[in-house]
Design a protein around this ligand. Structure first.
Ligand SMILES: C[S@@+](CC[C@H](N)C(=O)[O-])C[C@H]1O[C@@H](n2cnc3c(N)ncnc32)[C@H](O)[C@@H]1O
Length: 313
């Protein structure tokens, strides 16, 4: 329920303009950067930035500044976001301008996904070396094993398994281990790694983390290690992970704390430069996951953050 009439009027005034209502329509399905909005809407950056400022000032959108980029999404911080959500339900989905925007959004999303896939294809063979450059992996892995001891991991799913390192870590103790990844090249390396180290009793398969090829309530443990910063809708990936988790099952997300190493975006296909704890907490809560622990492992220049949560019954 909106508490003040002024809030409602400010939000309605901000939204009631052709470009701004199109921006609202685009941002309701996920966060978009200023550049992406310029490309989709075919307008200059100063114009789009002016529209975005009005929407942010009215509490309709919230911005997530990150290095050289600023992402925008419907606000969860103010009532304007709730108003926007309700208005977005009234939008004429068959409107030509909205349909075109959606098509363009999809094209841009596909292009981004292709870039990331090409990056993983080209870097599959040296991925483990890249991982080691980021942070002291032993420290991270020790903490992972402390939070989810192998003998308590039950049926385990590793989302975005890459070279299969997380699956190797749980070779002794897990009841079953599944790894999923969209990249065939990464999976080829994972298969060879797992065979070489005597891990025959676990499976890796190709699949998309937004549409996991598993029934609801299939796993006791889900790991998402250094994957979400590549994605454009991490909240949806977490919701999908929660779907396949049994009640009382555990999820462990490992990613970077916010940083400003723009090179990781331009040269290493990272979409997000780390995540603030509050943002990840929001995804977990929305996905029916209760946060048990959050911990940072301070590194230079990259700090690794771990979020450990349990699926509510
Ligand atoms: C940085 S690697 C991390 C691999 C592994 N978790 C690790 O820590 O070694 C990220 C992996 O996520 C995978 N990935 C990215 N988007 C994905 C998606 N939509 N569905 C499944 N896997 C995805 C990539 O192919 C890549 O192998």
């Amino acid at each position: 329920m909106i508490k003040k009439l002024d809030t409602l009027i400010d939000a309605l005034k901000a939204i009631a303009e052709p470009t701004r209502i199109r921006i609202l329509a685009l941002c309701r399905t996920g966060e978009l950067s200023v550049n992406e909005l310029c490309d989709i809407l075919g307008q200059s950056q100063p114009r789009i930035s002016r529209h975005l400022k009005l929407l942010v000032d009215a509490g309709v959108l919230e911005k997530i500044p990150e290095g050289n980029s600023v992402f925008h999404k419907l606000s969860k911080l103010s009532e304007g976001g709730e108003i926007a959500k309700q208005i977005s339900a009234l939008l004429p989905e068959s409107d030509e301008a909205l349909l075109k925007d959606n098509e363009r959004r999809k094209l841009i999303k596909d292009e981004r996904a292709n870039n990331a896939a090409a990056y993983f294809r080209d870097n599959a063979a040296r991925w483990d070396t890249l991982r080691a450059m980021h942070v002291d992996e032993t420290e991270v892995e020790n903490l992972i094993l402390k939070l989810v001891p192998p003998e308590q991991s039950g049926d385990l799913l590793d989302i975005g398994t890459g070279t299969g390192r997380m699956l190797e870590l749980y070779a002794d103790g897990a009841k079953s281990r599944e790894g999923i990844d969209q990249s065939k090249s990464m999976l080829a390396i994972a298969r060879s790694n797992l065979e070489n180290s005597g891990n025959q009793n676990c499976h890796v398969r190709q699949g998309d983390m937004y549409q996991l090829p598993y029934a609801d309530n299939s796993f006791d443990t889900v790991l998402i290690h250094q994957v979400l910063h590549f994605t454009d809708d991490p909240a949806r990936a977490v919701a999908e992970a929660s779907r396949v988790l049994r009640a009382g099952g555990k999820i462990l997300i490992v990613d970077f704390a916010p940083h400003d190493i723009e090179k990781l975006r331009s040269e290493h296909a990272h979409r997000r430069l780390g995540f603030p704890p509050s943002e990840v907490n929001d995804w977990l809560i929305a996905a029916n996951l209760k946060i048990l622990k959050m911990q940072d492992l301070i590194g230079d220049p990259l700090t690794v953050s771990l979020w450990f949560a349990e699926k509510s019954i």
